[in-house]
Design a protein around this ligand. Structure first.
Ligand code: FAD
Length: 443
């Protein structure tokens, strides 16, 4: 198939918009099909405002299409995490050894708006809102959409799915032989709450991601430019201290005041938020291959449609943005042979998506439990000490994930090598101490 010029991107979320930007810069005509109404004129759904931590991988992708500055105007840097103990004691842990590098708090809807505007400003990009994809024929590229004016059909030789974790496009690919798919839901859900501005000022330090680690559960809070904080409760769905158990405003308030006392004092709308905001699900989705070839069309998956991860490393969108960079690179390398580029892109990205999925699951335990322990704090101090002692040679996993673009699987391999080296040096030092002590005794 020769490089065709028209591409349909299903989903005008974060990854769909960035995909459109990259493709438009390569000269493609891109139509974004989005089930929602135009976000530039709509307000966010209640309890679904989500603010994201945007880090180097996402920023690197945005820089490549010239959107980083526009996006960063609405971002607030968070150079560390602030732990809130049950008695209200605060402790700050910088994310990087130099204490300077920061992840950035940004509202997802704001980010989406900026990226959509950036995409639509490019020649060749247009958007069709209130178009919900309901069917797709992989052979012909024929797509069915529900619209306010009734069902419509459109077709494209290249269909890219950026329609999120519950992707309808991926749903079609699941019928194809050889297509692997799995989904793992956590026994936890999430719910958004708000800490409003107090007397026009931030009620907490805005230079941190706040965490209330409580063993089996936690709450986090990220700052917003309007001086409020969006808080997210990550709680078990059932059992003690769960959403199921705390099913009335009274029960919830009593429990919350006992376990999150310092935050309670800052949340005048707590009961209302808890009662009315929905409970979100936390899921890891794995699929492969990330493309399918029909007789006259090719279909590809990007972002959450290919690999949804739980949010505990703050990497879902960052990882999706990296997909766009890799697809662009593969198009370049294959001379815009789309089927070949999609196959190459999937084969290169899959192990990295699998790695960040695992790291994100592990980080949940770290955030809700370990960050509060002394041994964790000691480990972080040692890590940062080693980073300062061996600059560039010892780098912590958090730094490599959040402040570099080293591919995720390579990060894991490097961490394993570093740990082996540290153990070898420690054993060597112990042996040297033992030999010296032996020599001294003999004297
Ligand atoms: P989405 O953002 O889900 O966009 C999909 C788009 O497709 C939507 O606009 C949707 O309306 C549209 N769509 C869906 N179905 C159809 C259809 N049938 N037809 C047409 N359009 C359709 N990531 C980070 O990097 N950092 C974080 O700190 C972070 N925190 C998070 C916190 C929470 C609580 C959650 C839930 C997620 C978090 N994430 C984070 C993950 C991040 O939100 C996702 O990875 C990211 O939004 C994925 O982008 P996407 O464009 O692939 O999918």
């Amino acid at each position: 198939m020769r490089a065709p010029q028209e591409v349909a991107v299903v989903g005008a979320g974060l990854v769909g918009c960035l995909t459109a930007c990259f493709l438009a810069r390569r000269g493609y005509q891109v139509t974004l099909y989005e089930r929602r109404s135009d976000p530039r004129s709509a307000t966010a759904e209640r309890g679904r405002s989500i603010n994201l931590a945007l880090s180097e991988r996402g920023l690197d992708a945005l820089r490549r299409v010239g959107l980083d500055e526009a996006v960063m105007k609405a971002a607030l840097p968070m150079p560390g995490r602030m732990m809130h103990a049950p008695d209200g004691t605060l402790s700050f842990q910088p994310y990087s050894a130099d204490g300077q590098r920061a992840i950035n708090s940004i509202s997802r809807s704001e980010l989406n708006r900026t990226m959509l505007e950036g995409a639509l400003a490019l020649p060749g990009v247009r958007a069709r809102f209130e178009h919900r994809l309901t069917g797709l024929d992989v052979d012909s590229g024929l797509m069915d959409f529900d619209t306010p004016d009734g069902p419509v059909q459109r077709s494209a030789q290249i269909v890219l799915a950026a329609d999120g974790a519950y992707s309808a496009v991926r749903g079609r690919l699941q019928f194809l032989p050889g297509f692997d798919f799995s989904q793992d839901f956590l026994d936890y859900g999430y719910k958004e709450l708000t800490i409003p501005a107090r007397d026009g000022e931030f009620a907490l330090d805005p230079g941190a991601l706040h965490i209330w680690p409580r063993g089996q559960a936690m709450m986090i809070a990220l700052p917003n430019p309007d001086r409020s904080f969006t808080c997210t409760l990550f709680w078990p769905k059932s059992g003690p201290g769960s959403f199921d158990e705390l099913d009335t405003a009274e029960r919830f308030e009593e429990f919350f005041a006992a376990n999150y006392a310092d935050a309670r004092a800052l949340m005048p709308d707590l009961a209302d938020d808890y009662t009315h905001n929905p409970i979100g699900h936390l899921v890891t989705m794995r699929a492969y291959p990330w493309h399918a070839r029909g007789a006259d069309a090719v279909v590809g998956l990007l972002g959450d449609a290919a690999h949804a991860v739980v949010p505990f490393y703050g990497q879902g969108a960052n990882c999706g943005f990296e997909d766009c960079v890799e697809l662009d690179r593969c198009l370049e390398e294959t001379g815009d042979d789309f089927p070949e580029a999609l196959a190459l892109y999937g084969s290169r990205r899959k192990e990295h998506a699998d790695t960040i999925a695992e790291l994100a699951l592990e980080n949940f335990v770290e955030m809700r439990d370990k960050v509060a322990s002394r041994s964790f704090l000691l480990q972080k101090r040692i890590e940062h000490g080693l980073e300062r002692l061996l600059p560039g040679r010892y780098v912590s996993r958090y730094e490599l994930v959040s402040f570099s673009t080293v591919p995720y699987a390579e990060v894991q391999r490097r961490i394993t090598r570093q740990r082996r080296a540290v153990v070898a040096v420690a054993l060597g030092a112990l042996a040297a101490v033992g030999v010296t002590a032996g020599l001294l005794r003999r004297r």
